[in-house]
Design a protein around this ligand. Structure first.
Ligand SMILES: *[C@@H]1O[C@H](CO)[C@@H](O)[C@H](O)[C@H]1NC(C)=O
Ligand SMILES: *[C@@H]1O[C@H](CO)[C@@H](O)[C@H](O)[C@H]1NC(C)=O
Length: 210
């Protein structure tokens, strides 16, 4: 789409500037088109050359389904629910709330397979996906009960900062059973129905609790 616009721009302008010779006009316009592509936040060129949030929803549900069925055994119902939730959020242009999924009662491996399959499939391969996938391990990131106030503030700032940089950010929280009391409450406002909070739109974010 962007590329098409750039091409139209490129072809129209030389006809409006007949005084310049055709070669320098097209070189100039080509340069302008490149600059214009680089300046627009999610242009095709910028995303290919520089790191950028993968705003294209490239999720291929049939690939995810095959992946899940191959690696997660005996969880047909759970797989169906996960796929339905993913597709509802993915194919909505502007979801009103982020996708929040909480997995209970599985063995550790099954749960982490699901989240890693989603993470792997959510972003384009050529863009380093770890920038958009945020894994918080209770044991590693929030080990001290006495620091819960600090953690709350940190977590809110991280989520807000990352979602403003990339609306389609994935947050994975593991070892939920050991999560300090009250920490998840501090991010509840981000998970509910809201258009925007302080100018940040959370509808495309994904939160997985393991
Ligand atoms: C999803 O992936 C499968 C297998 O790679 C491919 O055949 C299919 O066309 C893809 N679907 C979409 C919507 O890209
Ligand atoms: C995004 O989250 C990471 C933790 O995964 C954090 O270190 C980083 O500071 C956050 N970025 C912003 C812009 O808040």
């Amino acid at each position: 789409m962007r590329l098409m616009k750039a091409a139209v721009f490129f072809f129209l302008v030389p006809t409006l500037t007949p005084a310049l010779d055709p070669l320098s006009t097209s070189v100039f316009m080509g340069g302008a088109a490149v600059v214009w592509q680089l300046l627009s936040p999610h242009s095709w060129l910028k995303c290919s050359l520089l790191e950028c949030c993968n705003m294209k929803d490239t999720l291929n549900l049939s690939v995810i389904k095959v992946d899940l069925e191959r690696k997660v055994f005996g969880q047909h119902l759970a797989i169906q629910i996960v796929l339905r939730a993913l597709s509802a959020n993915m194919y909505s242009k502007r979801p009103r709330k982020p996708l929040v999924m909480s997995f209970h009662g599985w063995t550790g491996t099954g749960k982490s397979f699901v989240s890693s399959i989603i993470a792997k499939n959510l972003y384009q391969l050529n863009i380093p996906r770890r920038r958009f996938v945020h894994h918080f391990s209770t044991v590693l990131h929030f080990p001290h009960l006495s620091h819960v106030h600090l953690y709350k503030e940190q977590l809110q700032n991280w989520i807000k900062g990352n979602v403003s940089a990339c609306p389609r950010s994935l947050f994975i929280f593991s070892e939920m059973d050991q999560m300090p009391h009250g920490l998840i409450d501090s991010i509840m406002p981000f998970l509910g129905y809201h258009e925007e909070i302080d100018g940040v739109y959370y509808g495309k974010a994904i939160f997985l609790f393991l």
